[in-house]
Design a protein around this ligand. Structure first.
Ligand code: NAG
Ligand code: NAG
Ligand code: NAG
Length: 640
């Protein structure tokens, strides 16, 4: 069993590696930085993030980021106060708050010299805040030459060494620790690569930090030389009843490495929990088998029924009449209820589909290297903004085809409803973040920028799209609509709207199951995500499954002489969103242990947004695919 498991994981890993080879090249902008000996190496500090501790069954305990220079931490500040580094829209949205720092690092100099950074006093009233963050496994995030400082960790299961981004603020485990211990000394190992030996050009290819809690006297001796590694290190504890003095020290060690610059990110890639791969793999095999069984069973039943009916008709010429889906040819293109809402949903869904598609193409081409922080989110935002035109065009054409008449209102709603809703949710979550004193709150300037993108570019483009959409007008339907609607016979249970939606949603959800875990982990536990090749494949499979399953279910409801397929197709397509929601709740129960209300609200807020996007995207795919199929189906029959 373990061998089989390892074999499968290896296979999965190889597949992942194969599919993500596109990550090996970088944008021209992300060219290597060549350092000369003695050149200043900047150390930037990013927000502190909660992380999943390395031990078994560890859970994420919070979702709130804190600024490195949050006054309660009393970290050493650079002269003249911290300065904010410029950041892209995406990196700001995803929580980066990057500042400069007082660390003085020069290429290949001061090797292993113990240096004092500063002495800080943590007053008793801030000690609790500090200790609580240690208990929640917060990590400090540094960036050196675009590389995150990492802790070298050992995967308990495989014994492999890997780099885990960020390093612990302190520690709270172990037999002798009743109280959290503060890390106040950092051993920084900088791995450098010299491309041409003998030439004074060096590149940084790895940043490792060993944080240490160094108790004892915090006083700096008069000669300024501190002992960074005392013989009997006692941990440094923060007292919550009196002020504590902390002296922060650091040591830089330069280690030569053979890793070339181009592959320096490889160490950060680690497949963390093989069990989950094993589990997901079995799961998706089950789902695929289930899908095949179901489809073949259904096809067998329908085909044999159709054949027997055909034979019956053949026997007695005069009782020949239409049956099943043919019977409702006069109804299928009848205007559904609320055509406006449906058109708006489909329009916005197409915008999201286009955004996801283009972003995945960018990712596959290797444009979204981890060195460009937040590039994924930036590309998504920009795509979403410029695809406003697609939303307007599709929405107005669908609206016209559904027989809607109020074009202006449709155009207005397409451009406004969804963005307003999403913006309102983000704004609300922001209020929670601000109340919790988190740095994760989207800054005011970024909010203004988003509004400008939306009002200034996306909404006008949507209006232009609507104009062209209504100019092209409605899609012609192959059959006419009868004057008087038919009676709809009672439907079998599995074809009722909700059961059909839930049933159909299993399949695309099952196809995405493996990737979902990683996507959620990278979203919530700030783990980097790289396997874009695999993600793109999964997305394609999900889209295909959604389209097929929706067409299948629509065929069944038409056969059951229920002609109200428009909304049903959208719902059935979007069925996977309900499974996503359920999965999110399971993930919450198994992988998270969020104590604060703010973290829980944030989690469910983001989860709901994620489900909404999934619902719109898959619903749109289902609806458009079914529309196409229904037109094909009915243009094949002859009606007199
Ligand atoms: C602790 O420090 C605060 C200021 O940071 C000061 O007001 C207070 O008197 C100090 N308390 C003790 C016990 O030294
Ligand atoms: C720095 O010191 C370490 C440990 O003594 C040594 O292995 C390494 O080669 C030194 N690096 C340089 C650039 O001298
Ligand atoms: C750096 O080099 C020293 C000496 O070769 C070695 O003992 C140490 O493990 C190296 N550190 C890392 C992080 O590679």
């Amino acid at each position: 069993m373990p061998r089989l498991s390892r074999g499968l994981c290896f296979f999965g890993g190889a597949l992942l590696a194969l599919l993500s080879t596109a990550d090996a090249f970088y944008l021209p902008g992300a060219a290597p930085h060549d350092y000369k000996k003695g050149e200043q190496v900047g150390l930037l500090v990013n927000a502190l993030t909660p992380m999943i501790a390395g031990y078994d069954n560890a859970k994420l305990k919070s979702l709130i980021n804190y600024d490195y220079y949050n006054p309660s931490f009393h970290f050493c500040q650079p002269e003249g106060g911290p300065k904010k580094e410029p950041a892209s829209l995406g990196s700001t949205l995803f929580g980066d708050r990057i500042f400069n720092s007082p660390y003085d690092i020069k290429m290949l100099e001061d090797n292993t010299t113990c240096r004092v950074l500063c002495t800080a006093t943590v007053p008793s009233q801030d000690a609790k805040f500090y200790n609580d963050r240690i208990r929640e496994d917060y990590a400090i995030n540094w960036l050196i030459d675009g590389l995150p400082a990492a802790e070298m960790k050992e995967d308990k299961k495989t014994g492999e060494l890997f780099f885990e981004q960020g390093f612990n603020l302190g520690y709270d485990e172990g037999e002798f620790v009743e109280q959290p211990a503060v890390h106040n000394h950092y051993d920084i190992v900088l791995r450098y690569h010299t491309p041409t030996p003998g030439v004074d050009v060096h590149r940084i290819v790895g940043v490792l930090v060993w944080p240490v809690s160094r108790g004892g006297s915090q006083e700096v001796p008069s000669d300024g030389i501190m002992d960074c590694a005392p013989a009997n290190p006692a941990p440094l504890l923060l007292s919550e009843s009196q002020n504590t003095t902390i002296t922060y020290t650091y040591r830089v060690m330069w280690n030569q490495s053979d890793t070339p610059w181009a592959t320096r990110w490889d160490n950060y890639l680690h497949i963390f929990d093989p069990r989950i791969h094993w589990f997901s793999l079995i799961n998706s095999i089950i789902v695929v088998v289930f899908l095949c069984l179901m489809v073949s069973m259904i096809l067998l039943r329908t085909v044999s029924r159709d054949i027997s009916r055909y034979n019956a008709i053949d026997l007695s010429e005069d009782v020949q009449e239409d049956w099943g889906w043919k019977l409702v040819h006069g109804e299928v293109f009848r205007t559904p209820g609320h055509p406006m809402i449906l058109a708006v949903l489909v329009g916005n869904g197409s915008q999201l589909c286009a955004m996801v598609g283009v972003t995945l193409v960018f990712a596959l081409l290797g444009f979204l290297s981890p060195s460009n922080r937040g590039s994924l989110a930036t590309v998504m935002m920009v795509c979403w903004t410029f695809f406003g035109g697609i939303a307007g065009y599709i929405s107005s054409r669908v609206y016209a085809s559904l027989g809607g008449a109020n074009k202006r209102r449709n155009s207005f709603f397409t451009a406004t409803i969804m963005p307003t809703f999403v913006f309102a949710v983000v704004f609300l979550l922001n209020l929670f973040l601000i109340a919790a004193g988190s740095s994760g709150a989207v800054p005011f300037g970024t909010l203004v920028l988003i509004i400008v993108l939306w009002f200034g570019i996306s909404a006008p483009l949507s209006a232009v799209g609507s104009y062209y959409g209504s100019k092209h007008g409605a899609i012609q339907h192959p059959v006419r609509v009868n004057q008087i609607p038919r009676q709809i016979p009672p439907q079998p249970k599995y074809l009722r709207p909700w059961s059909a939606t839930i049933l159909a949603g299993i399949l695309p959800f099952g196809a995405a199951f493996i990737e979902l875990y990683f996507v959620l982990s990278s979203l919530f536990a700030s783990r980097a995500y790289y396997a874009f090749g695999f993600l793109a494949l999964t997305a394609a499979v999900v889209a295909l499954t959604t389209a097929t399953v929706t067409i299948l279910f629509t065929y069944f409801i038409l056969c059951a002489e229920d002609y109200r397929w428009h909304w049903r197709a959208f719902l059935t397509g979007g069925g996977s969103a309900f499974w996503l929601l359920a999965y999110g709740i399971v993930y919450w129960a198994l992988r998270l242990s969020l104590d604060s209300l703010t973290s829980a609200v944030l989690y469910f807020g983001y989860l709901l947004l994620l489900c909404l996007f999934d619902f719109l995207i898959t619903g749109t795919i289902g609806f458009l695919a079914t529309y196409w199929a229904v037109r094909r189906l009915y243009s094949a029959i002859r009606v007199d």
